[in-house]
Write a protein that binds this ligand. Structure first.
Ligand code: 13P
Length: 336
């Protein structure tokens, strides 16, 4: 794939008023989500749940892409239609999570480094055959008393850049995701500093690995107060700090930035994105790539009664997509 083709996929991922639904939970992570609604974590339940999500009527109205997990990209509807065909027919670009998870970083207690580079070239070729157009890799940065270390930030940035270069070689748009976790009692300023350092290190590493930014999407956290911080920043403070941080660390040649929800409430995730877009214009489109903030309300309905609530759960997916799509334009209204 040429750089122009990568660029056009990247631009389609952040088309005006559209964003991404992240449904790439690993088998371990989806177990936690299913446990919360008392659904057994069987392969059939995972398949049925993801079928419900991706067959939401008019999903493509506000959703540009869907991130799938290795198991999910190989699955089909009960009627036998491959999930990738359902998505493509709905105008939704299929993507794939390609990292192998965040593991303890040796010598740095409490810190993580994401694995998955070995054999990645071959795995990417397989995903291209299955219809993927973009690929996600998530790095995790933990704020604590003495963390993150520069070593952790650099090790993760290096891995992200190596994966991104392999993606572009394979004809996939890399969605690079350095996530600074919300866990902790740190304030907004600490999250700002750590996010800025993480992004600067990432873009330095992408440059060193010859990654073409024009064919790359950034998925990152917003600058927020730690979950347990007694002084919680309000919507405008979060939006202002996030924009300031991105402007300081992200090159303008990037085609777009999407946010993870990271444990924010559905309404906060939408309100923050909306506030940022109302403060525009910015050098890049700012949109969403939410997992929990797209799915949690629908999962609750589906988990309660998979048959009776099927349509209502899909209507909830559509509603969350619509609200976040409006927020991507700065046109969302609270209660709307
Ligand atoms: P959340 O929006 O639930 O944080 O998930 C997004 C994601 O893909 C994290 O890697």
């Amino acid at each position: 794939m040429s750089i122009e083709e990568l660029e056009s996929v990247a631009q389609a991922m952040v088309a005006p008023g559209k964003g991404i639904i992240a449904i790439d939970e690993s088998t371990g992570t989806i177990k936690k989500r299913f446990d919360s609604v008392n659904v057994p974590n069987t392969e059939e339940n995972r398949r049925a749940y993801r079928e419900m999500l991706i067959t939401t009527p008019n999903l493509g109205e506000h959703i540009s892409g869907a991130i799938l997990y290795d198991e999910t990209i190989r699955q089909a509807t009960k009627a036998g239609v491959p999930f990738t065909k359902i998505l493509t027919d709905a105008g939704v670009i299929p993507g794939i999570k390609v990292d192998m998870g965040a593991k303890p970083l040796a010598g740095f207690p409490g810190e993580l480094v994401t694995e998955g580079l070995d054999g990645l070239r071959e795995r990417l070729a397989g995903y291209v055959k299955l219809g993927a157009k973009f690929a996600k890799w998530r790095a995790v940065i933990t704020i604590g008393e003495d963390t993150p270390s520069g070593t952790c930030i650099e090790a993760n940035a290096h891995a992200l850049a190596r994966y991104a270069a392999l993606c572009q070689e394979a004809g996939l748009v890399p969605m690079v995701e350095p996530e600074v976790l919300m866990d902790g009692d740190h304030d907004l300023d600490v999250c700002y500093e750590v996010t800025e350092a993480t992004l600067r290190s990432l873009f330095g590493a992408l440059y060193e690995q010859n990654v073409m930014l024009e064919g790359t999407i950034l998925k990152c956290n917003m600058v927020v107060s730690g979950k347990d911080c007694p002084d919680q920043a309000d919507v405008d403070e979060v939006a202002e700090a996030t924009i300031r941080c991105l402007r300081s660390a992200v090159p303008a040649s990037l085609p777009g930035i999407v946010f993870l929800s990271g444990g924010q409430s559905d309404e906060d995730a939408t309100a923050h994105l909306n506030a940022m877009n109302q403060m525009g214009p910015h050098p890049w489109p700012l949109s969403f790539s939410y997992g929990r903030a797209m799915q949690s309300a629908a999962l609750k309905l589906w988990g309660k009664d998979m048959q009776a609530n099927y349509g209502e759960a899909q209507a909830m997916v559509h509603l969350r997509a619509k609200q976040n799509g409006l927020a991507a334009l700065g046109q969302w209204k609270k209660g709307g």
